[in-house]
Design a protein around this ligand. Structure first.
Ligand code: GDP
Ligand code: MN
Length: 382
């Protein structure tokens, strides 16, 4: 689960990370009121769950409350990367001398949290990693010992921080790490952590990703979920107990089992296509669930073909086939469908699909190739 910048900042602040003073507004009038209360120049920032808001025009400075109202009106009318801006964060503008990057993230290869720091803040860290990887300091954190002071000092000197800032940096780094641990996060990021003109540190941006599997331990964090901000398909899938991740290809994949789903996506790529999603409908999926899954896949307008890859173990192939037909009755679509069903009741499943206008395949290779071919000939969807 992703948190909005203002939510992440609230959490960071609870653990002693300095953040600018401000408030959240959903109308231009509220933005003006917050600016008036702050009594200083402000920055008005779009709250959307995507990065690069600055470049997209979603962050603007305002000298006066009237100006804050005007820029808030502009930003609240924006769509950033397809997401409508529903609220803005209005906070005191920072006088920035330089920008640092600081985060704590789970490193699966190291099997522990890693703190990353860089003198190249304010830009995407992936960009820094590609161009100047030597400018990123990585420190593996022992889960039992926690983040050690000497490690933080090492990071501070590694990124060339002045010695007057080390004490403050220690507080920020420790606070960030504690926020990460206590919230069961998979990422806690400050980009940029700013060195102000007055030589203090300030978290100007904040981002947190929480581990969904640990949310039951944090009802107060679970409540922060901004339902309307998430991809509608991902939210619906969760409601059905399926896991769905939208990608940017054209081949919708419906598969039972996460490993099989990964293999299906790999083969789709191997034959020159690109998956539009990861979707694991789970075991024992009944007709209604399959229908719901198909509707989800077709919500994505980029989908030019759907590839069903079902291994009938607990889920019987005839059940799945009936699910597909039920869904096709409800969903008007001319998107070509390719199915590979194997396992329990596969003959019955195939017979059912043969009645519908579906392309069937005996092997996964064949199915992937047929799906790629179908997607490339499918025209614009109506
Ligand atoms: P992002 O584009 O979504 O990552 O949003 P950020 O909050 O990181 O802001 C992007 C950039 O805008 C920062 O790196 C800063 O350079 C600039 N910025 C953000 N807040 C302020 C501010 O209060 N004052 C000034 N001068 N620049 C700011
Ligand atoms: Mn940022």
């Amino acid at each position: 689960m992703k948190l909005q910048e203002y939510q992440s900042k609230r959490i960071f602040a609870q653990y002693g990370v300095p953040v600018p003073e401000g408030g959240i507004a959903t109308t231009p009038q509220e933005a003006r009121e917050i600016a008036r209360r702050l009594g200083k120049p402000v920055v008005v920032k779009a709250q959307v769950l995507v990065g690069g808001r600055g470049k997209a025009g979603g962050i603007k400075l305002a000298e006066t409350p009237e100006e804050a109202e005007a820029v808030a009106a502009q930003i609240l009318a924006m769509n950033i990367k397809g997401l409508p801006v529903r609220s803005v964060l209005v906070e005191e503008a920072s006088d920035i001398a330089s920008e640092i990057y600081l985060s704590v993230v789970i490193d699966r290869a190291a099997k522990r949290p890693v703190m990353m720091a860089s003198s190249e803040g304010g830009v995407e860290i992936e960009e820094v990693a590609r161009r100047t990887p030597e400018k990123i300091i990585k420190l593996a954190i022992d889960p039992f010992l926690g983040l050690q002071d000497y490690q933080v000092r090492e990071a501070a000197y590694g990124i060339g921080l002045g010695s007057d800032l080390v004490r403050g940096f220690l507080k920020v780094a420790k606070g960030l790490h504690t926020a990460f641990t206590k919230s069961d996060a998979s990422l806690a990021e400050i980009n940029p952590l700013v060195v102000t003109a007055g030589r203090t540190l300030l978290a100007v941006d904040a981002k947190m990703l929480l581990d969904d599997n640990a949310l039951f331990r944090h009802p107060e964090l679970a409540e922060m979920r901004s339902l309307e901000e998430e991809m509608p398909a991902e939210r619906k899938a969760r409601g059905y107990g399926m896991s769905y991740v939208q990608l940017d290809g054209t081949i919708g994949c419906m598969v039972n089992g996460a490993g099989l789903a990964m293999a299906t996506m790999d083969l789709t790529k191997l034959y020159g296509g690109a998956p539009a999603n990861f979707l694991d409908i789970g075991g024992g999926a009944k007709a209604d669930k399959v229908a719901a899954a198909l509707r989800l896949i077709l919500l994505d307008e980029n989908v030019k073909a759907v590839l069903f890859n079902i291994f009938g173990g607990i889920t019987r192939c005839d059940e799945v086939a009936r699910g597909i037909l039920t869904a096709l009755e409800e969903v008007e679509t001319d998107v070509p469908m390719v199915a590979r069903l194997v396992g329990t009741n596969e003959e019955e499943g195939r017979a059912i699909l043969a009645e519908a206008k579906m392309i069937t395949a005996a092997t996964l290779e064949e199915a992937a190739q047929k799906a790629v071919a179908a997607a490339s000939t499918c025209g614009e969807r109506t």
